[in-house]
Design a protein around this ligand. Structure first.
Ligand SMILES: *Cc1c(COP(=O)(O)O)cnc(C)c1O
Length: 502
C-alpha cells in the first residue's frame, strides 16, 4: 500500500491558519517594531511557512522515517558493504557525554580518556592487520585508500624513486582506480583468470620498475580468497613495489588471517562495515589505515602516542597527539577524523575480543556458504561452489530465457521485505547479484531469502518489470535522476513530476 501522506511535503499538507501552538496575542505594536528594526528588514507579509497541527507534523516525519529499508527493519544482504546489525549498546557508549561532548580543540591533558581509547584502537587495529603503524584520520574507506597511496608516493619520493603506476585487478571496487588517479598515478588493470582470481601471467607481464603499488582485495569482490596472494606479494616486492590491501572484506578473515602476514604493506579498514558502525546515506564512516614500519614516518599527522613513565612498581602512561612528524603527508581530514565512529568500533572490538572476532568471521563465512548452497540451484554462481563471506550469482541465463534481469529481481525482493543485494558489480560477472548475508542473520531469514529468490524466478516477466509494487516510489528513471536531479521544492512543482511512480 503506497503511503500518500509520507510523500506529500509539509508545504502541500499546509492549511492556512492551522497551528501547532497557541500563542498569546502580540503585545508589541507595529509602530514600535518599526522603530526597533531598520525598515528594510521588516516584511509586510508573513513568511510562507507550512501551517499544520502537531499530529500532522509528527505523522509526517514518522511516516517518512519508515520509507527506507534498514538493517533494523529488514534483512539487508548487500554484497561488499557488510550491512550487519549494529548493536545498540555501541550507540549508547558513543553517546556518553564524555565522548559525545568532547571538543577537538581541548588540550590533550583534558582529553586523556578519549586519547587512550584512540591509542588502544590503533593497537587493536594493528594487531588485526598484522601491520604496526596506524592512522585513524581518514573519514571513509575510499579516503583511506587515497591517504595510503599518498603515503606510498611520499615513501618513493623520499627514496628518490620515480614510480608512476598502480595496478588493480579487473574485479576491484571502483574506488581503487579512482584513488590511484586522484593521487596522480596511472592505473593498469590486471585481468582475472577463469577461476575469478588474479591472472598471474597478466600480472607478470605488466609488473616492472614503474609499479608503485598493487592494490588487491582479499577475499576479492567475488567472495574468493586469492590463494596466490603470497606469490603476488613476492613478485611485487621483487620489483620494489608495495602491496595495498583493500580491507573492506575483513569480515571474512578477522582473527584468522592477517594481511601483514600474507604480504600487505598497507591496508584500510571500514569500521562502518566490519565493526558495526551504522552506515548508508553518505556517512559518517571512517577509514583507518595500517602500514609497515618503513611507511610509518609518512602517515598523516597527528597520530596518538603514549609517553610511559615508571616510578617504582607503577607504570603510567600519558597520551598526546603527535604533530612532530617531518616526513608526514600532512592532514587528510580536519582535526582527528570521525571519532564517533571510532568509539563504536572500539566498543565492538572490545566486546568481542580476539576469539569473538574470529567467530564473527567464521559465522559470516558459514552463513554465506549456507545461502550459496541453496541459491546456486536458483541462480547460477559462476565462480565456485564455496565462498568466503559473500558470493556473486548471475541472472544472465534468466535474462536470456525469460527476459528477467538482475535489476528486476533486486526490485521485486523489496516487495517481499528483503533489501536488494548489490547488482551489476563486480563487472566481471554479467547480470551480477552480489549477496552478503553477514553473520547477524538467522538460519530462518536465510531460508526465507532463498525461498523468495526461487519464487521470484518463477514469476512472470511482466510483473517483475514493473516491480516494486509495494513501495512509495516504484522505479524512478535512474538516468534522469542522475543527470537532472531535482533537489529542492518550488511551489507549483507537483509531486508527480518528481518520479515516474505508477
Ligand atoms: C565499501 C568499499 C570501499 C570503499 O569504502 P567507503 O567507506 O565506502 O569509502 C572500497 N572497496 C571495497 C571492496 C568496498 O566494498
Amino acid at each position: 500500500m503506497r503511503n500518500q501522506q509520507a510523500t506529500q511535503l509539509l508545504f502541500e499538507l499546509s492549511q492556512p491558519g492551522r497551528s501547532a501552538v497557541v500563542m498569546p496575542p502580540c503585545d508589541v505594536r507595529p509602530q514600535e517594531m518599526i522603530e526597533m528594526l531598520p525598515e528594510h528588514l521588516c516584511s509586510d507579509q508573513p513568511l510562507p511557512l507550512p501551517e499544520l497541527a502537531e499530529p500532522d507534523i509528527v505523522r509526517h516525519f514518522t511516516n517518512l522515517s519508515t520509507l527506507n529499508m534498514s538493517v533494523d527493519t529488514h534483512c539487508y544482504p548487500l554484497g561488499s558493504c557488510t550491512m550487519k546489525y549494529n548493536p545498540k549498546r555501541n550507540e549508547r557508549i558513543a553517546a556518553l557525554p564524555g565522548f559525545a561532548h568532547i571538543h577537538p580543540l581541548q588540550a590533550d591533558s583534558s582529553a586523556q580518556g578519549m586519547l587512550q581509547l584512540l591509542y588502544e584502537l590503533q593497537q587493536m587495529l594493528a594487531e588485526i592487520a598484522g601491520l604496526p603503524a596506524v592512522s585513524l584520520q581518514p573519514a571513509a574507506g575510499a579516503q583511506g585508500e587515497m591517504a595510503a597511496l599518498m603515503v606510498a608516493k611520499a615513501y618513493f619520493r623520499n627514496r628518490g624513486e620515480i614510480r608512476t603506476r598502480v595496478l588493480t585487478p579487473d574485479s576491484a571496487h571502483g574506488t581503487n582506480p579512482a584513488s590511484a588517479s586522484m593521487v596522480g598515478f596511472e592505473t593498469t588493470t590486471i585481468k582475472s583468470g577463469p577461476r575469478g582470481l588474479v591472472n598471474m601471467d597478466d600480472l607478470r607481464e605488466k609488473l616492472d620498475d614503474r609499479t608503485a603499488v598493487f592494490m588487491i582485495t582479499n577475499p576479492n569482490t567475488l567472495g574468493l580468497f586469492e590463494t596466490q596472494v603470497a606469490e603476488i606479494a613476492r613478485l611485487v616486492h621483487e620489483v620494489g613495489g608495495l602491496i595495498y590491501l583493500d580491507g573492506a572484506n575483513m569480515n571474512a578473515i578477522m582473527g584468522i588471517a592477517r594481511p601483514g602476514d600474507f604480504g600487505a604493506d598497507m591496508m584500510h579498514f571500514n569500521p562502518h562495515k566490519t565493526f558495526s558502525g551504522p552506515h548508508g546515506g553518505g556517512g559518517p564512516g571512517a577509514g583507518p589505515i595500517c602500514v609497515t614500519e618503513d611507511l610509518a614516518p609518512f602517515l598523516p599527522t597527528p597520530v596518538v602516542v603514549a609517553d610511559h613513565a615508571s616510578s617504582g612498581e607503577n607504570d603510567s602512561a600519558t597520551f598526546r597527539l603527535d604533530y612532530d612528524r617531518p616526513l608526514s603527508v600532512g592532514r587528510v581530514r580536519s582535526f582527528f577524523g570521525n571519532v564517533g565512529v571510532l568509539v563504536r568500533a572500539y566498543a565492538y572490538i572490545r566486546t568481542h575480543g580476539p576469539d569473538g572476532l574470529r567467530q564473527v568471521s567464521e559465522n559470516a563465512v558459514l552463513n554465506a556458504n549456507y545461502l550459496l548452497s541453496k541459491a546456486q540451484h536458483i541462480l547460477p554462481v559462476p565462480h565456485g561452489n564455496r565462498c568466503m563471506h559473500e558470493f556473486v550469482a548471475s541472472a544472465s541465463s534468466l535474462k536470456r530465457d525469460k527476459k528477467i534481469s538482475a535489476m528486476d529481481i533486486a526490485k521485486r525482493l523489496l516487495d517481499y521485505g528483503f533489501h536488494a543485494p548489490t547488482v551489476y558489480f563486480p563487472l566481471t560477472v554479467p547480470e551480477a547479484m552480489m549477496i552478503e548475508p553477514t553473520e547477524t542473520e538467522s538460519k530462518e531469514s536465510l531460508d526465507a531469502l532463498a525461498k523468495i529468490l526461487f519464487r521470484i524466478t518463477e514469476e512472470s516477466a511482466d510483473l517483475l518489470h514493473e516491480a516494486p509494487h509495494s513501495t512509495t516510489i516504484s522505479r524512478p528513471d535512474e538516468v534522469t535522476a542522475a543527470r537532472n536531479p531535482v533537489l529542492s521544492w518550488h511551489a507549483g512543482l507537483a509531486n508527480d513530476d518528481l518520479s515516474t511512480d505508477h
